[in-house]
Design a protein around this ligand. Structure first.
Ligand SMILES: [Zn+2]
Length: 358
């Protein structure tokens, strides 16, 4: 997607009926940034019900607005934010969408097909006679919410808004990768490269693990969820888990392997019980093993890979851990972390059974 002075372009593919050339009304500021962010806003609105949406944009402004800057702007009530109405609306749309939205930065004017086409559509839009109506109502909801930062940062984490901009691996990511490879080696005796790990997360065809799990694992490997220690600067009072005795730091390992509010204990008990029909030992569950599960192969004593069992183990571990994460988010966000509303054993058992039986 791209822009001209007062146009906005969305390109999905050749002759795609959803391609759009929009003219921005002069009730909005006329600038490149406005054209660019409008394109992203309209894309999200068009795909509210879809499960996945990949937005490619050459606009650093738009990508930053949707990822790194959104929390700050929101917490400040958008006071000093340029293009307030649009930024507020895109925040509102991100909060209510059911889609997993990924944002990708593309280089502008470098011959990338989608980028060139979006540019062309933006110019076409700018030349149109009549303005297009841009729906800004989601911004009103955000205005009414006020600066409830907690709601925003958690809801966004939950919806896995993520940035897929190419960047050198960060230290935190490298630590997570090392931890994961070590955990896999501990359990299987096989050593793997970090490249194999990333590939195992991206592999889709015939993968035992779901796309949701992959997106979650990808983000977790980047330590991208603002939980535990990463909350130190934004919400220090919420860094620790106050549901558990001694209030440990609420990091992903805690949530999935030790916490009382995620149902993990019941979930792992169910998984282990199901696995017992194979007669094989149940591995020690750790965050590393979970994130590296696609590298784990179950073998017979002769070292031959047992495909069916490998698949079963991958399904059990990925689905069980993802359920614990969902339960924790539901309780934290949906049930306002109310201790009287923790998920019951029955509830968790029913959820787990329905997921695994699929
Ligand atoms: Zn806990």
């Amino acid at each position: 997607m791209a822009n001209a002075a007062c146009g906005s372009g969305l390109w999905y593919g050749e002759d795609n009926v959803e391609n759009k050339a929009l003219k921005i009304s002069d009730s909005l500021p006329q600038s490149n940034n406005v054209g660019e962010i409008t394109a992203a806003l309209v894309a999200i609105q068009t795909h509210r019900g879809h499960t996945d949406l990949l937005i490619s944009s050459d606009s650093t402004y738009t990508i930053d607005a949707m990822t790194t800057r959104i929390r700050t702007w929101f917490s400040q009530g958008f006071v000093a934010t340029r293009n307030q109405a649009l930024v507020r609306s895109i925040t509102g749309e991100l909060l209510k969408t059911n889609a997993h939205i990924c944002v990708r930065k593309v280089k502008g004017h470098s011959g990338e097909r989608g980028n060139e086409e979006a540019d062309r559509l933006a110019n076409e839009g700018a030349r149109k006679e009549t303005d297009d109506d841009i729906d800004l109502t989601a911004g009103e909801t955000v205005r009414r919410m006020g600066a409830e930062l907690r709601v925003l940062s958690q809801a966004l984490a939950y919806r896995s808004v993520r940035e897929v901009k190419k960047a050198p691996p960060r230290r935190r990511t490298m630590v997570m990768v090392e931890k994961t490879l070590a955990a896999v080696e501990d359990v299987t005796g096989d050593s793997n490269t970090s490249r194999a790990l990333w590939k195992s997360i991206h592999q889709r065809k015939e993968a035992a693990t779901s796309q949701k799990f992959s997106a979650w694992a990808w983000k977790s490997l980047h330590a991208g969820y603002k939980i535990g220690p990463y909350r130190r600067h934004i919400l220090p009072e919420r860094m620790n888990c106050n549901t558990c005795l001694e209030e440990p730091v609420e990091d992903m390992e805690h949530i999935l392997c030790h916490c009382n509010s995620s149902g993990q204990e019941i979930i792992w008990e169910l998984a282990k019980q199901l696995w017992s029909i194979t007669g094989l030992p149940w591995p020690q569950i750790s965050l590393g093993l979970i994130l590296g599960i696609n590298l784990v192969n179950v073998k017979n004593p002769e070292g031959k890979i047992l495909n069916g069992r490998t698949r079963l183990l991958r399904v059990l571990i990925s689905e069980s851990s993802y359920l614990a994460w969902v339960v924790r988010c539901e309780w934290r966000i949906g049930r306002q972390a109310d201790l009287s509303k923790l998920h019951t054993r029955q509830e968790i058992t029913a959820r787990w059974s329905s997921i695994i039986s699929k």
